[in-house]
Design a protein around this ligand. Structure first.
Ligand code: UDP
Length: 338
């Protein structure tokens, strides 16, 4: 029997890659997306596939959601407000989307007992300095005047809710904490550093490094992320558990800026922006180092990220050049680099 998958947020960056993977694996896929940060273009290459159904609606629209949940064998809940820029610009809607939207999905999935995977984020580790980050570590947030931590808290609430539904209603749910996932079709609009740097380098503009660029991150190729996501959904042992899904190569943001300039072959310079000026001083705090411990994931499903940092950078470069026609800001960027 053909299996039915429901992906909330399936027109987003990670969601569109997961949609392709599931279609390739033989699933019928229904994407539910309100196109707030996702786009039709993200799914353009899959349009016309008879196994794909695309519904534009909010996850909190229960009349739309309920029949989709009843039909699904597995649900991937990726619909969320994501990106530091978006959280800083619109914290109210970001929190409501993340908390209320997730509660609605959990409640409906609990009603039908449907296998569910929900997307969380490495942001929940907050300012913790105990690297690498393990799932059982304490979470360390800044004070409530720093808007950024509202995102971490809202996703932490999602995790609490998921685990509570598992304990109280036996919901077969797994939680994934994604670490700086990057790759083709990721937009630079919501603050993500790599698409932003690539776009700046292609246009010959200075690369805007926040602070002195000594903060470090571990980037994950989206193909590694969605492969792990799918495999987590296939294992019974992952139910009721939280997993880090991340890469293995750590790099400072300054080194990243240099690597992007090098791979693009750009004449761009690097401009450092003091944190006090980032996001116009609206309560922005950064974290110094973010590195995942993926040993729990490796034990559960067997996990070794396959893609190098250069693969990741090259895929983002592809997004902003004429090779990837599925991307919505292509005409703007193609114009800029002509
Ligand atoms: N960053 C930067 N310049 C930018 C955008 C981001 O230096 O134009 C920095 C940001 O302050 C952070 C890192 O790059 O230290 C990663 O930022 P991103 O928003 O991609 O993800 P985060 O790890 O902060 O969630």
């Amino acid at each position: 029997m053909v299996r039915q998958a429901l992906i909330t947020g399936g027109a987003g960056f990670i969601g569109s890659h997961l949609t392709k993977l599931l279609l390739d694996a033989g699933y019928n896929v229904t994407v539910l997306d309100n196109l707030s940060t996702g786009s039709r273009q993200n799914l353009a290459q899959l349009a016309g596939n008879p196994k794909l159904k695309f519904i534009i609606a909010d996850v909190s629209d229960e009349k739309v959601l309920a029949p989709l949940v009843r039909k699904a064998n597995v649900i991937f809940h990726l619909a969320a407000a994501v990106g530091v820029q978006l959280i800083m610009d619109d914290p109210v809607n970001s929190m409501v989307t993340n908390i209320h939207g997730t509660e609605v999905v959990l409640r409906h999935a609990a009603h039908t007992g449907t296998r569910l995977v929900i997307a969380s984020t490495s942001e929940v580790y907050g300012k913790s300095s105990k690297v690498p980050f393990s799932e059982s570590d304490d979470l360390v947030f800044g004070n409530t005047s720093k808007t950024r931590w509202s995102y971490a808290c809202s996703k932490a609430i999602d995790e609490y809710l998921a685990l509570a539904y598992h304990r109280q209603s036996n919901l077969p749910v797994s939680v994934i904490r994604y670490f700086n996932t990057v790759g083709a079709r990721q937009s630079d609009r919501y603050g993500m550093v790599l698409p932003r740097f690539v776009n700046q380098a292609l246009q010959g503009k200075p690369l805007t490094v926040h602070g002195d660029g000594s903060q470090r991150r571990t980037f994950t190729h989206v193909n590694d992320s969605v492969d792990a996501t799918f495999r987590i959904s296939q294992h019974q042992t992952t139910i009721g558990e939280v997993f880090n899904v991340g890469g293995s190569v750590e790099i400072s943001i300054l080194e990243l800026a240099k690597a992007v300039i090098d791979r693009v072959g750009s004449s761009s310079t690097i401009e450092t922006i003091p944190y006090s000026k980032v996001y116009s001083g609206r309560g922005f705090e950064d974290m110094a180092r973010r590195v995942p411990d993926c040993s729990k994931l490796d034990q559960a499903i067997g996990y070794t990220p396959e893609h190098s940092l250069n693969d990741i950078i090259d895929d983002v470069i592809d997004t902003y050049t004429i090779r990837n026609l599925g991307f919505d800001s292509l005409p703007r960027v193609a114009e800029a680099i002509r």
